[in-house]
Design a protein around this ligand. Structure first.
Ligand code: ADP
Ligand code: MG
Length: 257
């Protein structure tokens, strides 16, 4: 893990309307980290991601990606993004898996404008990483939620990003495939060296996979490595969520009631 900051937010506040949705956030991700971002519904997690992607602009503070102020940043192919609820194509959606993955090569600046033969190869390589190459010619809508999610990850990986951002990627993936899914993310992080930011509701199991955890409710209430997170106790989490939650601990096998 290096000291290079892939993402850095300083004193960032943002509101859509009157109320602050993100408030005085100071936050950074170092190259090589697998950061799990947790927090209650409506706590500003997806908005934080939109700020990182330059989709909304902060009212206060600064956002840097790969060491550059976001206004000056142009290498968007360095960032793969799987949005919340992206795995919701219905069975009639007229696109093959290969086409969906190739669409990841249409960057904001149109750097990869045409679907050349090497683009097909890149798309097949990305499908191989997520173990979905056998489905290249299937219709995207015919796949299960978990399979579709893998295809969306392939689409995000097709431009060889160094940062992959996933917004609640396990929603819609059935429980028995969630472990496989995390294993895939772990491999991308450790073996391919991709920095990961994953928003998740799995406040307990995240420590088995992520290297670092941040807890957010408008502002960042905790940010540390997984050992420090295990010391950030149930009471702190209850305060963060504003109601009783139970941190599922893989050490003791406790289960959320
Ligand atoms: P989270 O991802 O943690 O559930 P969001 O970032 O989606 O939270 O939302 C934070 C708050 O901002 C919520 O109160 C939500 O209703 C509000 N919000 C989100 N998107 C918009 C929008 N486009 N316009 C107005 N309010 C929004
Ligand atoms: Mg969200």
């Amino acid at each position: 893990m290096s000291d290079r900051k892939v993402v850095e937010m300083k004193n960032v506040s943002f509101k859509y309307e009157k109320e602050w949705v993100v408030e005085d956030v100071n936050f950074s991700i170092q190259e090589g980290q697998f950061l799990g971002l947790v927090g209650p519904n409506g706590s500003g997690k997806s908005t934080l991601v939109k700020l990182l992607l330059g989709l909304v602009k902060p009212d206060k503070g600064t956002v840097q990606v790969f060491g550059k102020p976001i206004r000056q940043f142009s290498r968007w192919e360095e960032i793969g993004y799987v949005s919340q609820k992206s795995n919701s194509f219905n069975s009639g959606f007229p696109a093959s898996v290969l086409e969906v993955v190739k669409s990841g090569l249409v960057s904001r600046l149109g750097v990869f404008r045409f679907f050349k033969r090497e683009h097909t190869q890149k798309a097949l390589d990305a499908l191989k990483i997520v173990e979905m190459e056998a489905y290249a010619n299937s219709n995207i809508g015919e796949l299960s939620g978990g399979q579709q999610q893998r295809v969306f990850i392939a689409r995000a990986l097709v431009s060889d990003p160094s940062l992959l951002i996933l917004d609640e990627p396990t929603v819609g993936v059935d429980a028995k495939h969630v472990t496989d899914f995390y294993d895939l993310l772990g491999r991308l992080n450790r073996e391919s060296g991709i920095t990961l930011l994953m928003i998740t509701h799995d406040i307990g199991t995240i420590t088995e996979h992520a290297t670092h955890v941040a807890c957010m409710n408008k502002t960042i209430h905790f940010h540390g490595d997984t050992d420090e997170y295990e010391e950030f106790n149930d009471q702190d989490l209850n305060d963060l969520y504003g109601h009783k939650v139970h941190q599922l601990s893989h050490n003791h096998g406790e289960v959320t009631p």
